[in-house]
Design a protein. Sequence first.
Length: 229
Amino acid sequence: MQVAKRLTGYIGSLALILLIAGCDSTRNEQGVSYTALGWFEVDQDESTCAASAVNEDVQRSGVLQPIGDTPPLTGCPDIIAVGLQNNLCCQGIRSERLLMDFFIPGALVQPPSTAITIPGIIAPSQTGEDGDGGGDEEGAEDTDPEPDSSLPDDFGQGESVIYWILSNPVPASVAEWISLNRAQLPAAPFEMIVTARATGITTAGDRVTTNALDLGVTLYDELSFPVSE
C-alpha cells in the first residue's frame, strides 16, 4: 500500500512538472509580450495603386472590398496595415503568421479560418538611452539602467514596432469561398468581421501570440454599389 501511494505521488508530481514545462514552452500571453496595436491607414500612389507609406496616426476600423470581379469603388483597392509591437526588453521576436477568423452576421454558413505569413524581425523594446529612471537629469546617476541584451544593436534594424501591409484584407481562399457560397450569404452589401491574431517566436525560443484585433469588411458587388465608367 505504501509503495502504491508513493508511486501515485511520484506520477502526480511528474505530471505537474510536465504541465508547467509545457505551458512555458508555448506561451499565449494575449498581447503582454507581443502586442497588436491596431489597423492603420495606408497611403497609395493614385496612378499605380502601390502602397507608398503607412499612416501611423490614423487607425481604421473597417474597409471596403469588392466581391469577385467587381472593380474597386475608388479605382484602387482598399488596403490596410497591422501594427505589431515587441514589449520584451532583451529579446527579439520573429513574426510568423497572422491567424484570421471570419464571421458574417446573418449567413447560413461561415467562412473557414485561415492564416497568412507575415515574416519579419522585431527588435527588443527600448526603455530609453539612459534607462527609465534616475538618469534623465544631467549628472544624475542612473539607478535603473536598461537590462543588457546579447542581441546585436542592429537586430531588427532597431525597430520594436513594425507595420505589415495587407494588399487584400480578405485572403484569396476566403474571397473564393465567398464567391462560391453567395446563395447562403446575405444580399450585398454585407459586413464580414475579421478577427486576427499574430504569432511569433522570441529569440529565447518561446512562442508568443498577440491580442485579437477586429476589422469590419464591407463586401459589395456591381448591383449594390454601381461603378460609373
